[in-house]
Design a protein around this ligand. Structure first.
Ligand SMILES: C[S@@+](CC[C@H](N)C(=O)[O-])C[C@H]1O[C@@H](n2cnc3c(N)ncnc32)[C@H](O)[C@@H]1O
Length: 284
């Protein structure tokens, strides 16, 4: 029997997080893509685009002073630190990787945020009962790793205070039928294998799961046009992956490049989209 997706993700991030931080395009520890939206004119701002959207939601909710935030799949806590450096909120990060907990704890200490921000190891599909309720919960490029998205929503919805918001920024398939077509299906499969994707849903399917917990979709942005696709480094990786083929899957870091290369292709072809979805829990 193969290991559950959460265990595969734990091993993957334990082995690769330092590599991501040293060789990736990270800024201050972010392990997500840069979004070059309108008016964004430097890499730092592009990497914090989604973090800024989170700050915007806290402000519109009137929770910028004392809001409680939870990051499900927090990496090394970079988004939490960014938000807490800009707004006096308190936050908790949850990651499946014990190595990331160590790195997050030192990042939090480095920013002197240990009184307001903490990071613990845990599975977002099986959270401890005693967690604080939150005003804003988010998952940036972590939702797709889970093999049980229904369970993700169940856990997230339980943690949301009345009026709270849930933001997911991730890759979504544009049409479920694409997995059954020869060309799109094979590229999507490469993406899933390389990036340890546990579930790939359409935005509508995701919203149906949210609706089961009475969450109401209030924002749906397609960020795909603002991603960097086909840069010289991406073309070089595409060439390398053509040479290596499936054998890249035998090496942790190359596996990530294999998945990333397939993802670029799927985004360029319009089979997948990088979207930001936000739901609100009604007041009782
Ligand atoms: C691509 S990284 C994104 C990290 C962070 N959100 C960021 O933007 O920097 C994916 C994250 O999802 C986490 N993750 C994957 N499966 C998880 C699970 N079942 N429970 C908790 N975290 C999980 C990984 O540990 C990792 O931190």
């Amino acid at each position: 029997m193969s290991a559950p997706e959460s265990e595969k993700a734990r091993r993957f991030y334990n082995s690769n997080t330092s590599l991501f931080l040293n060789f990736g395009h990270s800024s201050g520890g972010s392990i997500h893509r840069a979004v070059w939206a309108e008016n964004i004119n430097n890499r730092e701002a592009a990497l914090h685009y989604v973090d800024e959207q989170l700050c915007r939601h806290l402000r519109t909710m009137g929770k910028e002073q004392n809001g409680q935030i939870i990051d499900l799949g927090c990496g090394v806590g970079a988004s939490l630190c960014y938000i807490a450096n800009n707004l006096p909120v308190t936050g908790l990060g949850i990651t499946i990787s014990d190595k990331q907990v160590q790195l997050a704890t030192s990042l939090i200490n480095q920013h002197n945020l240990q009184k307001r921000i903490a990071c613990i190891q845990g599975d977002y599909c099986d959270l401890p009962e005693d967690l604080p309720r939150a005003d804003l919960i988010f998952a940036i490029e972590s939702f797709v790793h889970g093999e049980n998205p229904a369970r993700f929503f169940e856990q997230a919805a339980k943690l949301m205070k009345p009026g709270a918001r849930l933001l997911i920024c991730d890759d979504f398939i544009n049409d479920t039928g694409l997995v059954n077509q020869a060309q799109s299906g094979s590229w999507i499969e490469r993406f899933k294998q390389g990036w340890l994707i546990g579930s790939l849903l359409t935005a509508d399917e995701t919203d149906e799961l949210a609706t089961q917990h009475e969450l109401r979709l209030i924002e749906d942005l397609d960020l795909s046009p603002w991603l960097e696709l086909g840069r010289p480094r991406d073309k070089l990786i595409a060439l390398l992956m053509k040479l290596l083929g499936k054998s890249a899957l035998n090496f942790q870091y190359l596996r990530m490049l294999y998945g990333g290369n397939a993802l670029q292709y799927c985004l360029q072809e319009g089979w997948l989209a990088y979207r930001l979805l936000v739901w609100e829990k009604p007041y009782e």
